[in-house]
Design a protein. Structure first.
Length: 149
C-alpha cells in the first residue's frame, strides 16, 4: 500500500498540474494560520468591558505610542490585567473566568515571541496615567486592533 501511494505522489510531482496542486495545498494552511494571535484576548475583553463588578484605576498606555514600544505596552496591559484578576477574586465578580482567560491567552502569545530589547524612549507601566476600568479596556482593545492590522 505504501509503495502504491508513494508512486502516485511522485507521479503527481512530475507534471505541472500535480505541482500546482501540491503548492496550493502547502500554502492554504499558512493563510489560515495567519490570523491575529490576539483574537481570543479580544473576545474576552468584549465579555468583561461591561462588567460593573470591576471598579479599579489602572495604568493605561496611550494608543498613539511609538510602534517600537508596542510590545512593552502590551506587557503593561497584561500586568494590569493581574490587578483586575486580583480585584475579581476579592469581590467574587462574575467575569473572573474571562479575566483569567485573557491572562492565559496573553501569556501564551508572549511565550511564542522572543523578548525584544525595550527602547529607552518607551515608558514604564507606572509612568502612564491611571484611568478607569472602562477607559483601560477601550485603550487595550485599540492597541490590540492596531497590532492585528
Amino acid at each position: 500500500m505504501y509503495l502504491l501511494l508513494n508512486s502516485h505522489f511522485f507521479f503527481l510531482l512530475k507534471n505541472k498540474t500535480g505541482l500546482t496542486i501540491f503548492f496550493l495545498c502547502a500554502y492554504i494552511p499558512k493563510t489560515e494560520a495567519d490570523h491575529c494571535k490576539w483574537t481570543e484576548v479580544l473576545k474576552d475583553l468584549e465579555q468583561i468591558k461591561t462588567s460593573e463588578d470591576i471598579d479599579v484605576s489602572l495604568y493605561t498606555a496611550n494608543t498613539d505610542e511609538d510602534k517600537e514600544c508596542q510590545e512593552p505596552i502590551m506587557r503593561c496591559f497584561f500586568l494590569e490585567m493581574n490587578v483586575i484578576l486580583h480585584e475579581c477574586n476579592i469581590k467574587n465578580c462574575s467575569k473572573t473566568q474571562d479575566v483569567y482567560n485573557i491572562l492565559k491567552n496573553g501569556n501564551a502569545s508572549f511565550k511564542n515571541e522572543l523578548s525584544s530589547t525595550t527602547s529607552k524612549k518607551c515608558k514604564e507601566c507606572e509612568e502612564y496615567e491611571e484611568k478607569s476600568f472602562t477607559e483601560f479596556i477601550q485603550n487595550f482593545v485599540k492597541v490590540i486592533q492596531k497590532e492585528c492590522k
